[in-house]
Write a protein that binds this ligand. Structure first.
Ligand code: ADP
Ligand code: MG
Length: 267
């Protein structure tokens, strides 16, 4: 643990950073998708990532969540090297079981809600806590009810996903991710698949989470939301971070021409 801490310091990471990414590179064959991404997300803060389609936003989130192996750079999540364990001074590749354990500390919400269609809302929520975290059933169900209340769906516990609106399904997906008691929540365009009138209810749940101090990394096209909630705004294009900083400042006064053009298009 002390070695990890010194390694952590060596790479310049703030001890309180939940995500520390430095020079992250990722390629698919000859396609360089991430060309050196730097990002630090302090505990309890919200980072919003914006950028055109194909710029590597989803790939970056997938790296944070151990769903993609990085080809270069340093990536620490919750103080651990993604995909590796530090033994003495050497980094050893993690076995699949350990990756699974670490992934459980990262909650992820996708554009498509991906609820299990054959399970009720409450079954969806308690599935992973019971089977992955080995929580007692009663405890998992109790927490699930608390989470349903938090996302405003107390009365939907026994309903099947097909009988819910898109906004309600996405709120269940958020509750399901929270049920694993993650240290950080990743959102990949969580409102992009929703009818416009349902976007607000999902954003409100996310705002409430931010207010409660959840650390979040959010890919979104909702600029107004980002301005209100984000502690830092990141503009990605072509696999690089073109610009990042205070959302209000960046939106009012983008430094880069590419950022300016993008903001003009999405607003
Ligand atoms: P964004 O989320 O910003 O739209 P993505 O991260 O989804 O961008 O994709 C960035 C680029 O990487 C795209 O060109 C996409 O086609 C490519 N890509 C993503 N995943 C894979 C994969 N598994 N295999 C090959 N190419 C991929
Ligand atoms: Mg994407």
């Amino acid at each position: 643990m002390t070695e990890l801490k010194s390694m952590h310091r060596k790479f310049g990471a703030d001890q309180k950073s939940v995500v520390f990414a430095s020079g992250i590179r990722k390629s698919f064959g000859s396609l360089d998708v991430l060309k050196g991404i730097d990002l630090e997300v302090p505990q309890g803060s919200v980072a919003c990532i914006i950028g055109p389609s194909g710029s590597g936003k989803s790939t970056f989130l997938r790296c944070i969540n151990h769903l993609e192996e990085i080809n270069g750079g340093v990536l620490l999540v919750n103080g651990d090297f993604v995909g590796y364990r530090l033994v003495g001074d050497a980094l050893h590749e993690l076995p699949a079981s350990a990756i699974c354990h670490r992934r459980a500390e990262v909650g992820m919400v996708f554009q498509q809600f991906n609820l299990f269609p054959h399970m009720t809302v409450i079954e969806n929520i308690v599935e992973a806590p019971i089977h992955v975290r080995k929580e007692p059933v009663a405890e998992a169900r109790k927490f699930a009810h608390e989470l349903l209340e938090q996302v405003g769906l107390s009365d939907k516990a026994e309903v099947y996903p097909r009988n819910l609106s898109g906004g309600q399904q996405q709120r269940v997906a958020i509750a399901r991710a929270l049920a694993m008691r993650p240290k950080v929540m990743l959102f990949d365009e969580p409102t992009s698949a929703l009818d416009p009138e349902l976007v607000g209810e999902v954003l409100n749940v996310m705002k409430e989470l931010a207010r409660k101090g959840m650390t979040m990394v959010i890919v979104t096209h909702e600029i107004g939301f980002a301005r209100e909630v984000a502690d830092q705004l990141i503009f990605m294009d072509g696999g690089v971070v073109v610009e990042k900083g205070d959302p209000n400042e960046m939106i009012a006064n983008p430094k880069s021409e590419r950022t300016r053009e993008f903001l003009a298009r999405v607003r």
